[in-house]
Design a protein around this ligand. Structure first.
Ligand SMILES: [Zn+2]
Length: 324
């Protein structure tokens, strides 16, 4: 795909405005109508898109204002899932864990209407993030299929249908979020096959985002995945992982996580420029996409904005240097 040098993008989520959080709580208590809630989400998306535009992001998404998190949101929209009560994970965080209890089938849509709404309110390029089948299965109970593998492939077929619809509507850049893949190197073959199913007949630029896990256990195997870009986090681990990817020729575009989403410290433009330069030791600059390590949703929104703005400024300055 023909893009400017060092395009800047986001991984997906952005902090929800406080007023939206309050409305969601009221909605859950039944105090406001579906219609009012829908309008509130639309307004939140408009605000977040404006912030990303002001920060200078080239390829954006809607900040996932409508998504509570990345597993159950999709599970609720796919036939064959049910959602159990809250399951405790990562210390004191709770989330509703989905279970596969029947044959998985495509129901309605997963992100098509979100994409269409966004298309109406921005001229910038859009990237649509969808949680990958491997991660959705890994983070759910499987009470229907004989094996995990079977469940993953069935879900991959469902997601393939969604991707085809997105492309029919005009989407040309889709990101498969698969953070569970690096945590199960022993099943890398299953993950790879699932991506082949997901992307079959999908005429779009495909990125794959993977945070967590030990990258050395899945590299160079991930180069075999049928995607155009691999998007990884580097800032959170102090860019030590750069070494892993120098060992073999990196044959994909690289989404280079160069800003840490786990700290409120705002990296300076100079610091981020130095960070981005580290990517050039893996691939040539024209294959590098610049983004934060992961979604920004856990940060205060003013911090998220400053980080994005500095990141985009850093990319702009480096672009000018490179283009001379
Ligand atoms: Zn991530």
């Amino acid at each position: 795909m023909n893009r400017r040098l060092l395009p800047t993008t986001v991984v997906g989520s952005y902090p929800k405005p406080n007023w939206l959080r309050r409305l969601i709580r009221e909605y859950e208590k039944g105090e406001i109508s579906d219609k009012v809630m829908r309008r509130a989400y639309d307004d939140a998306v408009k605000a977040v898109v404006k912030e990303q535009e002001l920060a200078g992001v080239d390829i954006l998404w809607d900040g996932e204002m409508r998504r509570d998190e990345m597993t159950s949101y999709f599970a609720r929209r796919i036939e064959g899932f049910t959602i159990y009560g809250e399951v405790r994970v990562w210390g004191n965080n709770y989330y509703p864990k989905p279970a596969i209890v029947d044959e998985l089938r495509y129901k309605d849509e997963l992100a098509v209407s979100d994409y269409k709404f966004l298309r109406k309110i921005t001229d910038r390029e859009i990237k649509v993030p969808i949680t990958g089948p491997y991660t959705l299965v890994d983070w759910s109970f499987n009470e229907y299929y004989r094996t995990r593998e079977e469940a993953v492939y069935a879900l991959a077929e469902v997601i393939n249908q969604e991707l085809r619809r997105l492309v029919d509507e005009g989407a040309n850049y889709i990101q498969i979020d698969d953070p569970a893949v690096p945590t199960h190197p022993e099943e890398i073959e299953v993950a790879k096959n699932s991506i082949e199913i997901v992307t079959r007949g999908v005429n779009a630029y495909i990125g794959m985002h993977m945070c967590y896990g030990d990258y050395s256990k899945i590299y160079p195997e991930i180069l075999e995945f049928d995607v155009d870009q691999i998007d990884l986090e580097f800032a959170n681990r102090g860019f030590k992982d750069v070494e892993i990817f120098k060992e073999y020729e990196f044959t994909k575009d690289l989404g280079f996580g160069c800003v840490d989403v786990h700290t409120r410290r705002i990296e300076s433009v100079e610091e981020i420029k130095d960070n981005i330069r580290k990517a050039f030791s893996i691939v040539e600059p024209k294959r590098v996409y610049v983004d934060p390590d992961c979604g920004l949703k856990l940060l205060p929104s003013e911090v998220a904005f400053e980080k994005l703005r500095n990141m985009c400024q850093a990319a702009r300055e480096l672009r000018e240097d490179l283009e001379g």
